[in-house]
Design a protein around this ligand. Structure first.
Ligand code: CMP
Length: 140
């Protein structure tokens, strides 16, 4: 598997509890390099656009309100098989199903307040990185 880039969000429940460093350490310990990182606060329109694929889901409103409730940290992670590796480090979407040692098992509060987001495929990784970062912000 080649070197890939993936997109990550450290969500409001985690930034609020000062878990940014602990979560970043999990990525680095897994061999993922943080090649871009910034702390931002989303507007409602930005959250709705980012999660547009979920617009018809019953939890869409709650999800967008949560994502604008506190600052988030958006990051680009790089490494061997980065998309799958990041999903492994994050653990299952619902922390009740997440494996021991994963970010969601250790830190997530619920399926909604689940501490991190990560891209699920190469196409979405490229789209999500481009949504938040310009080429100039992406160092090697
Ligand atoms: P994420 O990887 O950011 O992608 C979509 C998010 O929707 C997901 O993580 C969850 O946080 C959230 N989500 C999924 N299912 C539910 C649910 N049943 N209730 C609330 N939020 C959910």
């Amino acid at each position: 598997m080649a070197i890939q880039r993936t997109f990550s969000i450290i969500k409001p429940d985690a930034t609020k509890r000062n878990l940014t460093g602990k979560i970043a350490a999990k990525f680095e310990e897994a061999g993922l390099r943080i090649v871009a990182s910034k702390r931002i606060q989303l507007t409602l329109a930005q959250a709705q656009a980012f999660y547009g694929v979920h617009a018809e889901r019953p939890f869409f409103g709650e999800l967008c309100e949560f994502m604008i409730s506190e600052p988030i940290v958006v990051q680009v992670l790089e490494g061997e098989d980065a998309i799958a590796k990041n999903r492994e480090v994050m653990g299952a979407t619902n922390p009740a199903d997440a494996a021991d040692g994963t970010i969601r098992k250790e830190f997530a509060l619920s399926i909604g307040e689940n501490s991190v987001h990560g891209s699920d495929a190469p196409e979405t990784a490229a789209e999500e990185i481009a949504f938040f970062f310009s080429g100039l912000e992406l160092v090697g």
